[in-house]
Design a protein around this ligand. Sequence first.
Ligand SMILES: *[C@@H]1O[C@H](CO)[C@@H](O)[C@H](O)[C@H]1NC(C)=O
Ligand SMILES: *[C@@H]1O[C@H](CO)[C@@H](O)[C@H](O)[C@H]1NC(C)=O
Length: 348
Amino acid sequence: MSSSSVPSSSNSKPCLPWRTRLAVSFLSLLTDTARRPDGTINRRLLRLLDFKSSPTPTSPLHGVTSRDHTLDPSRNLWVRVFVPHYSSSSQSQSQSLPVIVFFHGGGFTFLDPASFAYDAVCRKFARKIPSIVVSVNYRLSPEHRYPCQYDDGFDVLKYLDHNGTSLLPEFADLSKCFLAGDSAGANLAHHVAVRAAAEQLMKSLKVVGLVSIQPFFGGEERTESEIRLAKAPLVSLARTDWLWKVFLPEGSNRDHPASNVSGPNAVDISGSGGYPDTLVFVGGLDPLQDWQRRYWEWLTRSGVKAELVEYPNMIHAFYVFPELPQAHQLITQVKHFVNAKCHTIDPS
Ligand SMILES: *[C@@H]1O[C@H](CO)[C@@H](O)[C@H](O)[C@H]1NC(C)=O
Ligand SMILES: *[C@@H]1O[C@H](CO)[C@@H](O)[C@H](O)[C@H]1NC(C)=O
């Protein structure tokens, strides 16, 4: 358990390039326009403006091929699998690679593995770590509420455990499986990790690490950072309140264990021993940061080996913007976490 802060060149206000600021404003406006006060969503508008990337099954793009696989057509459960390819013989493909099961963000309501930004991020994780990335298309709220998303996430693990060879190349090593996600995807990764630790029914798959990028957690209480950054882009209070309302079971409030994961209503993970080592990323301009630090403290108290990495000048979701140097830094830190973990599993 350790905590580290990434030094930044400026310690004053956020200094984002105009391109990032424009993208963030566009996304905030788009989600505001699509959300209706009655708790429904304008999917037609979103389909029009959520730009998609096609899979690249035959010719690698940036050194990575990708392919979509349907696991259960009845609930549109599918995954996009990213596989790195080496052009030179210096790195041989006979070397086994860890598998990262990835859950995209979007408040449980928006986006999917084909969305431009998430396709690009997964491709980068596949190439840079290197790893096989399995990006999950889980059902979205408000059409599908809690716990559909967690069921879908856990079912993908079970599917990989039983049928992994049908989706993954033979050099994929499921005994080195990581869960990763950002925002709502990191919330999902947490709950899937809890379930995987409790059920322990995997044959070959073993979850050995969890990468939690700016997880979406909350509660009835308004924390200091939520009040101070109430009007932040993407995850302002008005937006997160709406997202929780349409995701959590009707009649429950934000102290539900799905959102208030570290409160008295939380599941007890201490002593289970199966919860994986965790890397938590926090941004200093993200209103959700207080909940994220509580999560890290709670993991540590529960006996989980958890590391906290702070980016003091970063907003929510910063790492999907490739023009930010901090986005590259984060990927490098994930690479080190994954490789260190794989190395302790099989020292060579
Ligand atoms: C494995 O694949 C078969 C055939 O597609 C499917 O019926 C079965 O449910 C899968 N197993 C799991 C655990 O998902
Ligand atoms: C939510 O979490 C906070 C601690 O993080 C706790 O003080 C509060 O009582 C929680 N609420 C419930 C009902 O769990």
